[in-house]
Write a protein that binds this ligand. Structure first.
Ligand code: AMP
Ligand code: GLY
Length: 418
């Protein structure tokens, strides 16, 4: 089978890597891909949002399965277009992807089906939102409703901060059409629970945890994620059962009942609070960088799973027992301004796995081409060993323009093994 993967980051590199392990795959294309992906797949110069060009490419090449990575492709309607053309594609339709693209849709679905999440109210009017926030306790959680690449959430400690954010979101309309969801503030460790979903069928993946802050100690600005690991010792089997039976399965059922059955990866961003496990957000796709630590642990043939989801058949998932821990190497300055086009050395000296997040080939050279550049994954019998292996490989990469966190996994490990 010929397979097309849409996207250009570490997540897509991990998907391509998993596909290379399937005996059913004859050829892998990736649009647009990156310098690391190009070592395992043929990169095609088509943008992830150019739906017509992607569809035409799949038809012309006889692609038997397309796998969608990023949300922008889902929001552009790539799944709808492929399905209309009779092509097999793994991912949710635009209507089903609203579970991620519209916070209000997600929150109302959870309220209607009694799925545990923070209490909320939605506002379009600035004065009404301000009055509501002023009458409540702080911190206040303000979420811009729409796709804002993880940048649309403000945790305001004071009314002054809340007011500035509300003005930004509702009056100055920084992101586009204005709507804000105001939520109760929750506390506890967060974790990511990704499930393959095909209508009412739900197959859980192993758990992972992302680290959103830029610097050690969970300090500094929010990013797209600076590292991840799996498994998670602080989430018990009982917690996992609750998350599956009270959150992920009911959401899949609710989507089917609402006439927009979900197909693809449903990603639950969950928090283990003192009052139990609650939903922070849903995504309609593989998480990045969680995928880069979860898929290496997948023992089953991923093509069987993708096809089972797309065709509504049964599948069985088996997992390796080893632990994985991955560290992002990001451009200095990220998530603010940073330089691109810097040469990366030492990649061939790395013993473990390196997924490319933002790189570009220049002849034989590999150059930085994004904020998050590389994702180095260590494996081990436990997380401590996986972290030591990841840090050893990070030290072998030679580029003075990158930085990384040294405490990935600290929720599970503390910092003593650094
Ligand atoms: P989201 O884009 O909804 O995942 O939010 C981004 C981050 O903001 C989450 O990963 C949490 O760390 C934090 N956050 C979101 N909602 C809440 C909430 N209700 N209470 C506390 N923190 C939250
Ligand atoms: N790691 C968070 C996300 O993929 O949205």
């Amino acid at each position: 089978m010929k397979v097309l993967v849409i996207g250009s980051g570490g997540r897509e590199h991990a998907i391509v890597d998993a596909l290379t392990r399937s005996p059913q795959v004859e050829k892998i294309y990736c649009a647009p891909g990156n310098a690391g992906i190009a070592r395992q797949a043929e990169c095609v110069a088509v943008k992830e949002t150019d739906v017509e060009a992607l569809r035409d490419f799949a038809v012309a090449q006889g692609v038997g399965l397309t796998v969608v990575g990023p949300e922008v492709s889902l929001a552009a309607g790539v799944v709808d277009a492929f399905k209309a053309a009779g092509l097999r594609i793994f991912g949710p339709t635009k209507a089903a992807a609203r579970i991620e693209s519209s916070k209000e849709f997600a929150k109302e679905l959870m309220a209607k089906y009694d799925i545990p999440t923070a209490g909320f109210r939605a506002f379009t009017d600035y004065a009404a939102a301000r009055d509501y926030v002023a009458g409540r306790s702080f911190p206040a959680v303000l979420k811009y409703d729409g796709l804002a690449a993880g940048k649309g959430v403000v945790i305001a400690q004071t009314m002054k901060e809340a007011d500035a954010a509300l003005r930004d979101m509702l009056l100055d309309d920084k992101f586009g059409e204005g709507k804000v969801v105001v939520e109760d503030y929750l506390e506890g460790p967060e974790f990511s629970f990704m499930c393959f979903v095909s209508g009412r069928r739900v197959w859980p993946m192993v758990l992972a945890q992302d680290h959103k802050r830029a610097y050690d100690g969970d300090c500094g600005p929010n990013t797209g994620g600076m590292g991840a690991y799996s498994p998670l010792p602080f989430v018990t089997a009982e917690d996992e059962k609750f998350a599956l039976e009270r959150i992920m399965q009911p959401v899949a059922d609710a989507m089917a009942d609402e006439g927009c059955p979900f197909e693809g990866v449903l990603y639950g961003g969950l928090m283990k609070t003192a009052q139990g496990i609650k939903v922070i957000e849903f995504n309609a796709r593989f998480g990045d960088p969680e995928t880069e630590v979860v898929l290496p642990r997948l023992k089953s043939d991923i093509v069987d799973i993708f096809c089972a989801v797309a065709e509504g058949r049964g599948a069985r998932l088996e997992w390796h027992g080893f632990a994985t821990l991955g560290i992002v190497l990001a451009s200095k300055g990220y998530p603010g301004a940073y330089e691109k086009g810097r040469e990366i050395g030492g990649l061939d000296a790395v013993g473990g796995t390196v997924y490319h997040m933002g790189t570009k080939a220049d002849g034989e050279r590999v150059l930085t081409a994004g904020g998050r550049v590389l994702f180095v994954v260590g494996r081990g019998k436990d997380l401590a060993e996986a972290r030591a292996n990841a840090l050893r490989d990070v030290a072998r990469i030679d580029c003075g323009h990158l930085f990384h966190r040294t405490d990935i996994g600290h929720w599970a490990l503390g910092n003593e093994n650094k």
